[in-house]
Ligand binder design. Structure first.
Ligand SMILES: *Cc1c(COP(=O)(O)O)cnc(C)c1O
Ligand SMILES: [Zn+2]
Length: 404
């Protein structure tokens, strides 16, 4: 039995059932303006959004889908209450990768999230949080390693809201400028992403801002599940064996799996893919917990996955387990080599965190996790154009090599 909440325009009735605590199972109404379950410390009690199953089935079957080549195709099963703050996120291409398929001896496809409005898959989270928050909040805030801030700032500008963001000191230049051009107030926190996260939380609760940081806002992850819905529709009768996702906080892999799992449950996919989660050797806490192997904490140049204390680790691990998936770690040299390979062999210029998927696939082939002829989709999470500095070091090195 659903409890549909009617959007302000009254045109789209969204199919939210409610919220359920991922820790204790306590249920909440979607009308309560809350971030996390009150029965746990800090952000331990993350909330999962649940839906009316029949509506989900009808939208995924195409009957109730909205005609749109964007994530609004799935609007009736997004928690946006009929409000749209839109820059056209979603509807990204699934590219064949024939050259790399041959090189790795697999059937490889690339889900190109770099084509989103601000250049990363974070536009899917921002679109949902801004749409839902626009009616009740004056200020959107978030802590970010870069892409989430750039994206939220763009959506806040679109909605006519103020935006406050908190970034660590070592953000690449392109990502540091992007929120400012959208008019966001940027506080550089002397420390890591984790320090920025705490600062954002305390300032937001003191000032009454809507905190849109990873995981604490339960609605962001719901936007990410549209990546899974789209892959399912794009592969049709030919589902991948593996979907490869870089893991920082773990929202991406959890959301994409949630979308793929729904698509499988409702018959869009004949088989559910296994998730392959990739972390950098210097920031591998989810891999450590999932496998029990020790990993490093030295950090990584792949800034979008440089997260020491992931905020959605539990749900990332759930996604790995439920899908029969695996995780691997790769070092920064392998990541940078993969960035050049994607750019030179397939024409896709992505940031290091995204290139980690190709490096991770290669590692998974070496470990015998992914077999020859397996069907693999990499989620290329963000554009390389925001971080030309790391790419410049890479091409200078490659040019020097080829001169020898
Ligand atoms: C945020 C981000 C990731 C990591 O996603 P999580 O949800 O933190 O695991 C990977 N790549 C890019 C480009 C990102 O912006
Ligand atoms: Zn709880």
């Amino acid at each position: 039995m659903g409890n549909p909440s009617v959007g302000a325009t009254g045109t789209i009735v969204t199919a939210i059932d409610g919220l359920v605590c991922t820790r204790c199972g306590r249920q909440y109404s979607a009308d309560e303006p809350l971030d996390t379950c009150g029965d746990h410390d800090g952000t331990d009690g993350l909330l999962d959004v649940t839906y009316d199953d029949e509506r989900v089935a009808a939208v995924l079957a195409g009957d109730d889908a909205v005609p749109s080549n964007s994530l609004w195709r799935y609007e009736p099963i997004l928690p946006t209450r009929g409000q749209r703050v839109s820059l056209g996120a979603g509807g990204t291409p699934l590219l064949e990768a024939p050259t790399l398929s041959d090189a790795l001896d697999v059937r490889l496809r690339l889900k190109d999230e770099a084509t989103n409005p601000t250049g990363s898959m974070k536009d899917r989270t921002s679109a949902v949080m801004a749409s839902r928050g626009a009616a009740s909040a004056d200020v959107l805030a978030c802590a970010s390693t870069g892409n989430a801030a750039a994206s939220l700032a763009a959506y806040a500008a679109r909605a006519g809201l103020d935006c406050h963001i908190f970034v660590p000191t070592d953000v690449p230049e392109g990502k540091a400028v992007q929120p400012r051009i959208h008019g966001a107030a940027v506080t550089t926190v002397d420390g890591t992403y984790d320090d920025a996260f705490e600062r954002c939380q305390s300032r937001s609760s003191a000032a009454g801002w809507l905190d849109c940081s990873a995981a604490v806002n339960p609605y962001g992850l719901e936007g990410l599940r549209t990546v899974g819905f789209e892959i399912a529709e794009q592969v049709a009768e030919d589902p991948p064996d593996w979907v490869v996702v870089p893991m920082g906080n773990g929202c991406g892999i959890a959301g994409i799996w949630k979308g793929l799992a729904s698509s499988f449950r409702h018959g869009v996919l004949d088989a559910a893919p296994a998730m392959l989660g990739v972390q950098a050797a210097g920031a591998a806490p989810i891999h450590e917990r999932f496998t029990g192997e020790a990993g490093g904490t030295t950090g990584t140049d792949a800034d979008s996955i440089d997260v020491g204390f992931p905020h959605n680790g539990d749900r990332a691990i759930d996604a790995l387990r439920a899908s029969g998936g695996r995780s691997v770690v790769v070092d920064d040299d392998e990541i940078m080599a993969a960035e050049a390979e994607l750019a030179r062999r397939e024409g896709t210029y992505v940031e290091p965190a995204s290139a980690a998927t190709l490096a991770g696939l290669r590692q998974a082939r070496r470990e015998g996790i992914v077999s020859a002829d397996d069907d693999v989709t990499l989620v290329l999470t963000g554009s390389g154009l925001k971080d030309t500095q790391s790419a410049r070091r890479l091409v200078d090195g490659l040019d020097a090599d080829s001169d020898e």
